[in-house]
Design a protein around this ligand. Sequence first.
Ligand code: SF4
Length: 209
Amino acid sequence: MTKKVEAIVEGLALVYPDASPELNFKNNFELLIAVILSAQCTDIRVNIITKDLFKAAPNPQAMVDLGIEGITELIRSCGMFNQKAKNIYLTAGLLLEKHGGEVPSSREALMELPGVGRKTANVVLSCAFGEPAIAVDTHVLRVSNRLGLAKGKDPLKVEMQLQKKLPKELWSVMHHRLILHGRYCCKARNPQCESCGIFSLCPRIGVDK
Ligand code: SF4
């Protein structure tokens, strides 16, 4: 790590010492479904939805039994609920058919599931299986660019740049810290630079105030 990257890592660790996912889940299946739901939806909303959804369908078989219509009813307050209901139904079916009802632990198998792209797979690999991974969502993308940790709008390229700059053992925790920083401080439209804990380290490149 360069001295500058090291300082950013230490600064974010001080501000967000206990960074972890804000989605509620009790097992890998619930994590997978919650992350599928979280695309273009806040974690707060997803947690409200999954409270009832997981009560009705705590495992893949129960999710398949609910059917697309049943799932749709329970996730209606989520963005893109029709598509997500279909993906959740198909994913639960595939877990039963191909993986014995378990969430697979390889990126390839995860990305074969409907509604699971690289970002979702990275979250599951990291949070469920302890694999080092950096899931680049809108917050990670924006904050990395502003801090000069990465450059560009392509999530895969940003992920590769972050992987080069950060040691593997920090990938997962930095993913959570960058998300929290983007969510609560380095916001898209109105970054709270005055109260930012790493202000002195920020080149403030591309801040669109
Ligand atoms: S100083 Fe402002 S732009 Fe830089 S990381 Fe902090 S909130 Fe974001």
